[in-house]
Design a protein around this ligand. Structure first.
Ligand code: PBG
Length: 309
């Protein structure tokens, strides 16, 4: 009876696996605060991506960890930079068997760790950053990304990137807008994963956790600017925001179950305090029930296997 009347389903095709690739790495490396998640070498990334596709995931979101960083994040726009090189590897390995997405943001590539370039006074320069995002999006699309994911929360980034892609003839590349991204404490483990250099915080560009209405405004702007999909991030602490975004969006809505959400469940399960598999599946079901069409989750492969049996 429960099976017959269940309202919400989670299917492997709705899950997107975020993956990390690190330049110059000899062996895949464990991320201490994200047990079970790896920084990949270019080689181990290919193999793990093939396994993810075999498990049926709908997409992969790739993040790069460069060996060297500078003030303007040069590695991000360099076609030989780690993220672009690894995107090319994956596209040639996977073709169109899954949706290949790339993080279109500077924080992994800058020596100050901010998502954009800085003005002389040390604040993030929104409009100068847009120029770099445009170049970065084109480099990622040329490398093989089907979809670029601007996660830097700069104003006007979706229109700017859409225009840069179109100018370069990359009309078929999609844009997944991280529209409502909150300045969250729960990104902590991710910052280990990408070896973030950030000293301060991102409060001048990411949203205040206190604000729900602001998320709707951010989504409406991104829709008007040409977003093909919009995202709410984090997921579990923002299910109310997700629900209201799902109600107004006329494009698919994604939610990112972030590193801190992953770490909390893994830690509690490792202590025997909660049942790991049930907790993971319950969390994914909740995110879907709140209105997400797509869920980015570090458990994508494992969950896809459970859901398929
Ligand atoms: C920024 C970015 C972040 C995450 C994805 N993209 C971190 C941040 O804003 O500091 C976090 C993802 C996670 O915590 O799993 N490019």
């Amino acid at each position: 009876m429960r099976r017959l009347v269940s309202e919400t389903e989670v299917r492997p095709r709705q899950l997107v696996l975020p993956m990390f690739v690190k330049e110059g790495l000899a062996q895949p490396a464990e991320i201490g605060s994200m047990p079970g998640v790896l920084q990949h070498t270019r080689d181990s990334l290919r193999k793990a991506a093939v396994e993810a596709v075999q498990a049926g995931v709908g997409g992969i979101m790739l993040f790069g960890v460069p060996a060297e960083r500078d003030a303007v994040g040069s590695g991000a726009t360099d076609p030989d930079g780690i993220l672009n090189a690894a995107l090319a590897d994956l596209r040639s390995e996977l073709g169109d068997s899954t949706v290949l997405m790339s993080d279109c943001c500077l924080d992994e590539f800058t020596d100050h760790g901010h998502c954009g370039v800085l003005a002389a006074d040390g604040t993030v320069d929104n409009d100068a950053t847009l120029e770099v995002y445009g170049e970065m999006a084109v480099a990622q699309a040329r490398a093989g990304a089907h979809v670029v994911g601007p996660s830097g929360m700069m104003d006007g980034q979706i229109a700017f990137i859409r225009n840069a892609l179109d100018q370069a003839g990359l009309h078929d590349t999609g844009v997944l807008a991280y529209s409502a991204k909150y300045a969250s404490a729960f990104y902590g483990p991710f910052r280990d994963a990408v070896e973030s250099q950030l000293a301060g915080d991102r409060k001048t560009y990411q949203q205040d956790p206190a604000n729900g209405r602001e998320a709707i405004r951010e989504v409406q702007l991104d829709l008007a600017e040409g977003a093909d999909m919009v995202m709410v991030k984090p997921a579990l602490l923002y299910l109310d925001v997700l629900r209201s975004v799902a109600e107004i969006s006329d494009v698919p809505v994604a939610a990112y179950q972030i590193s801190g959400e992953y770490a909390m469940i893994e830690a509690a399960a490792a202590n025997g305090w909660i049942d790991r598999e049930r907790s993971i599946l319950e969390s994914l079901t909740s995110i879907r029930r709140a209105g997400a069409d797509i869920v980015l989750t570090y458990w994508a492969v494992e969950a896809a296997r459970w859901l398929d049996r």
